[in-house]
Design a binder for this molecule. Structure first.
Ligand SMILES: [Zn+2]
Length: 310
């Protein structure tokens, strides 16, 4: 019996061993199929990666759209807060200097810089015509001021005046030594979503008798930003009229031209104010005078107020 049991145990052991060995064989083929599955996974992974990439791109686009929406929203909000501010001004009757400024963003552009690169840039977006990107401007034959300095003095005082009236103000340069091209100045206003882009300049002439102030805006057929013509023209009229009323300078009118790079690149309403002639001894001396500068600043700010009231 013992012998039979041993034989049976041995037989079973051998049988089990054979099954185990057979199982190993099948597990090898599983490895193969695992390998092929890995390839499949690889392919799937690639597809998934592609899908993920597509999704990420779609998400990015969605995010971009959201950002755009947010920008639009914040603009609407600022407009809403603007009308709220109007209401509160009306209700409070607090003697506020302006009821039209709330939430408005003004970008002031003091013309020229001490740093002149000598580079050129397109006259407008997509234009093949190249124009000097920057220049030093004119200078005061009596005051000794450079136009760079005068423009910056007026823009800095105008910034304070506008902020006191409730506007938010950015400048295209905050010192006299920053190199910046005309199109770059406009892009600051565009990127900020400015409600108005005001360019501050003074004139120069070979004749010391040339005098008066002038505003420059685009023509109705401007090839780059014609859609801003009506508002730019109205802004130009408002600023020039209020400026000459405050300073007593003569008005040379609004010059409509499409030769100004900074105006052409501006996607927001834009005016360039030539405040007076630095080559005219009378105007130059006045424009360099601190008390008179306040008249200039008050005039420009009144013009901006007038524009937004209408
Ligand atoms: Zn200038």
């Amino acid at each position: 019996m013992k012998c039979n049991i041993k034989k049976i145990i041995t037989y079973m052991f051998v049988t089990v061993l054979i099954f185990i060995l057979a199982g190993c064989g099948s597990s090898l083929s599983d490895d193969d199929s695992t390998a092929s599955r890995r390839d499949d996974w690889g392919a799937e992974a690639t597809d998934e990666t592609t899908e993920v990439t597509t999704e990420v791109t779609t998400e990015k686009k969605t995010e971009e759209k959201k950002t755009e929406e947010k920008t639009t929203e914040s603009k609407n909000e600022s407009k809403a807060s603007s009308s709220d501010a109007d209401k509160s001004d009306d209700q409070a009757d607090s003697g506020s200097t302006s009821s039209s400024s709330g939430g408005k963003l003004i970008v002031l552009d003091p013309g020229h810089s001490n740093v002149v690169t000598g580079n050129t840039e397109p006259l407008g977006p997509g234009s093949g015509e190249m124009k000097a990107a920057d220049s030093a401007g004119t200078h005061g034959t009596t005051s000794g001021l450079t136009e760079i300095q005068l423009n910056f003095q007026i823009a800095t005082k105008l910034k304070a005046e506008l902020e006191a009236r409730g506007y938010t103000v950015l400048m295209t340069r905050y010192d006299n030594d920053t190199a910046i091209s005309c199109s770059e100045r406009a892009k600051i206003a565009n990127d900020a979503g400015a409600d108005a882009f005001i360019r501050i300049h003074a004139d120069g002439s070979e004749s010391s008798s040339s005098s008066g102030a002038m505003a420059i805006c685009i023509t109705p057929s401007n090839p780059y930003t014609a859609e801003t013509y009506n508002s730019s023209r109205a802004l130009s009229d408002a600023v020039l009229n209020a400026y000459v009323a405050s300073t007593g300078f003569s008005s040379r009118g609004v010059w409509e031209t499409d030769t100004m790079t900074g105006n052409n690149w501006s996607t927001v309403l834009c005016t360039l104010l030539e405040m007076g002639f630095m080559t005219n001894p009378n105007e130059d001396s006045l424009m360099a005078d601190t008390a008179f500068q306040q008249k200039m600043v008050t005039g420009i700010a009144n013009g901006i107020d007038d524009y937004f009231k209408n």
